[in-house]
Structure formats: structure tokens, C-alpha cells
Design a protein around this ligand. Structure first.
Ligand SMILES: [Zn+2]
Length: 239
């Protein structure tokens, strides 16, 4: 991987300068520095533009292979290797995804703390998301209790810290054992931890807001029974 990942370093970056390392119509564009989140861990890819010499190349998505490839929108011009470009993210989309992703971690933390249930799957789009839980029965008032508990955590404005730990150290954190022991590949030596201080810690590669107050408000839209011990909780994020 030749691209320096600005998104992992500072999730607030929306515009930056970069140089094209490689470009072709088949592969896409490789930059020396990029803030485009390439997707993963349930968080969808970023979209945005590259500006260069009065030209605009829209970036419709990304592909991760041996490098991080930015995929131009159909028919848009391709900057050649060596071109200096200004990158910019679709701020509305990225900021919504950060709020939604952090909101999902709050939900995950609350449901584990209050009901002992583990997450088995999930999905997110800007401002709407779902998590699947391994939960036998749903007690009366579950939907309202979860929603109230989530919003109480948002009002507390808990700090969200991101740090990297050596694998052995990370796997001594009880929360990480619960969420990630079987998910992090053997060859990963450093584990990135997203810590909603006092509520939830997870191994995670996504982009998050700096504190839970920035999520906004969580509504539990629906709790679905998808079979034995399988509950799907759908949430929406609003201001
Ligand atoms: Zn996550």
C-alpha cells in the first residue's frame, strides 16, 4: 500500500493536497495521500472529487487491492501520474456516516451492558443503520429502554478515543475479546481500538466522531424477530 491514509489519522479532514502516483482507466487512481475511506467494518465508502488544473474528476467509489484505488465517475477525465491534485470528500455523506457509525457503537455498548447480548451482524447507510443481536427474548419495553439508554449516553457526551495497540495487549481488553478475537486476522500485529470511554471498546477500522454528543439523537425505529435468538434492531440518527 503506497497511499498514506489521512482518514485513519484524522477523520475530520475533508480537503487535502496530493500527487497522483498511478492512474489508468482500468484500475483507477492511486494518490500518495488520501482521506477517502475505502469501506469496511460495515461503513460504506466515501465519495468526493479530485480538482486539478481547472478540471474536476468525480470519485464514485474505491477499491482496495495492493493499493487504494479511487474510481472515477464514468466519463470523467483521468489525471496522469505526477499530477498535483486537491482532494475533497462529500462532507455531508462522510459526516453522516461518522455519526451513524459512532451511534451504532453506542447501541452495541448499551445492549451488551443492559442485556448481555452480542452483535452478530450489521449494516449502515448515512443516518440509518441496523445491528443484529444474539438475544433470546425481548423483555417488555425493550425498544423504549434501549432508545432512552442510547440517548442518555449521547447526552453524557462521552469521549471517543482511537488508538492502536500491539495485538497481544489489545486482546487482553475484555471488550475486545468479546467482539474481535475471531475477526482480526492472525497476521495483523497492531489492532486499532475505538473506545467510547466508559461504555464500549471495539477493534475497528472506521471513522468516528470525537464524542457521543456529536452523534445527535438515536431513534430505535424497529425491533425485528428474525428467528431463535436473533433480533434485528433498526435505528435512525437525527439532530
Ligand atoms: Zn464499527
Amino acid at each position: 500500500m503506497h497511499t498514506h491514509r489521512l482518514d485513519l489519522e484524522d477523520p475530520t479532514i475533508r480537503e487535502w493536497d496530493a500527487t497522483v502516483l498511478h492512474s489508468s482507466s482500468e484500475d483507477g487512481i492511486v494518490l500518495d495521500r488520501s482521506a477517502f475511506y475505502p469501506g469496511g467494518g460495515g461503513q460504506p465508502q466515501d465519495e468526493g472529487v479530485l480538482l486539478w488544473g481547472g478540471v474536476r474528476t468525480r470519485i464514485a467509489g474505491t477499491r482496495k487491492g495492493d493499493d487504494l484505488y479511487l474510481l472515477p465517475a464514468e466519463g470523467d477525465p483521468l489525471p496522469l501520474a505526477g499530477t498535483a491534485v486537491r482532494g475533497a470528500l462529500d462532507d455531508g455523506r462522510r459526516t453522516s456516516l461518522m455519526r451513524t457509525h459512532s451511534g451504532l457503537h453506542v447501541l452495541c455498548g448499551v445492549v451488551f451492558r443492559d442485556y448481555g447480548a452480542l452483535v452478530t451482524g450489521g449494516n449502515m447507510e448515512p443516518m440509518v443503520a441496523r445491528l443484529d443481536f444474539n438475544l433470546e427474548g425481548v423483555p417488555p419495553g425493550f425498544k423504549e429502554s434501549v432508545e432512552n439508554a442510547c440517548n442518555a449516553e449521547l447526552r453524557l457526551d462521552r469521549r471517543i478515543d482511537v488508538r492502536s495497540l500491539p495485538r497481544d495487549e489489545a486482546f487482553q481488553l475484555p471488550d475486545i475479546i468479546r467482539t474481535a478475537t475471531n475477526l482480526v486476522p492472525e497476521d495483523v500485529k497492531e489492532v486499532r481500538i475505538v473506545d467510547i470511554v466508559g461504555l464500549d471498546q471495539q477493534a475497528d477500522g472506521g471513522t468516528h466522531v470525537a464524542s457521543t454528543g456529536q452523534v445527535g439523537r438515536i431513534s430505535v425505529v424497529k425491533v425485528e424477530n428474525k428467528g431463535k435468538g436473533f433480533r434485528r434492531v433498526r435505528i435512525a440518527i437525527s439532530d
